[in-house]
Design a protein around this ligand. Sequence first.
Ligand code: ADP
Length: 450
Amino acid sequence: MIGTVLIANRGEVALRVQRACRALGMKAVQAYSQADAEADYVRLADAAICIGPASSSKSYLNIPAVIFAARATGCDAVHPGYGFLSENAEFAEAVEAAGLTFIGPSAQAIRIMGDKISARTAMAAAGVPCIPGSPGALPDDFEQCRGIAATIGYPVIVKAAGGGGGRGMRVAAHEGELAEAVATTREEARAAFSNPAVYIERYLGEPRHVEIQILADAHGNVVWLGERDCSMQRRHQKIIEEAPAPGIPRALVANAADRCVEACRRIGYSGAGTFEFLYEKNELFFIEMNTRLQVEHPVTEAITDIDIVQAQLRIAGGERLWLDQADIEFRGHSLECRINAEDPVTFAPSPGVISNWQPPSGVGIRVDTHIMPGYAIPTHYDSMIAKIVTHGRTRDEAIRRMREALANTRIDGIKTNIPLHREIMVDEAFLAGGASIHYLEAKLERAENG
Ligand code: ADP
């Protein structure tokens, strides 16, 4: 059993974890940077401790400071949230070495899945379909690389094993582009990820992003909680997510999910985790695993009625999974719109003071946020300030509720992407369901050009 949790994160997820702790009778200690000292979630926690200045590298990414904070405040566990240190194996190790519980999988599982080549190998061994690609890291010899790419078939994408956040990837449309794609990706991999290993995959033209949520305990029990479609993206950043993924055959999802469960058993995975896939022409292909809580977890909570953060806390405390796969039911449809403090046309960040904030409410509407009137958005962190989540019996009902929610949201003092969300909620291709990951970007380009 966990008694006191250090929350090593900020913003809406800090509040989200606090709520889960409270529901389970645990105490929550909030770690915060100087830039966040005035935030509501700092005041609302059972205790709070400053871990450094505004710059993330000196606070939310500062491993010794976070460990010190946990020990100094009598915590017995650390919740990393998402982003920051949540997928850092060294951090998970340091937490455990300090005699504390890391709320997430083992450092070893994070390491296997953090390297895209070893993740592919582990997944293929469990029978999870992967995108056709090189068997492992590319050899130094270019002639051999050319042979490998020719076998896979063009276009191909060269990826860094240690890449992340949409960086460390280059597409080669034909053989003439391969040498440069390999050289640039290698260079970026060496400089940015201190791991020069790169590999090749076939490049899919119009895929959708579909991901499967799993929960695993430390005793080998694993269940899957359905899938999410996160294809509405700009610059590889998800903007809208939904569950279930419209139009994808249930048997295809169930088969892939069963294989993910098998992969979790094989690598001894525990906690919540997400397997990301690209979907094209009736096939799902694994691309990577996120060994942490996802921003978009509420849409899965809405359709399964399972609190994923509470599950993380209970599993980390050693509890056996209290659910069988047969207990998990999927009800209705859910959508999430990420509200960012940014200009809706230029997408430039729009920090500032929120003078007025009136969140939407009503049946089937949930808002996860840390903002309030008078809140000054710090410039140092990402621009997401709230998530609006709707749930309905059908996709149509969830969309209607989202339109209503967006119409009833008032936020003054800063610019947000709410106008963009309103537009998407009446966009024909979105309403039809099944748009590809390139849809939104192409739509925005068309708007800009004319
Ligand atoms: P990251 O760790 O940087 O998020 P991913 O491997 O998840 O990298 O890929 C990020 C995005 O790049 C995917 O969501 C997709 O849009 C695109 N992508 C990655 N691999 C492929 C591929 N084989 N074909 C087409 N697009 C791809």
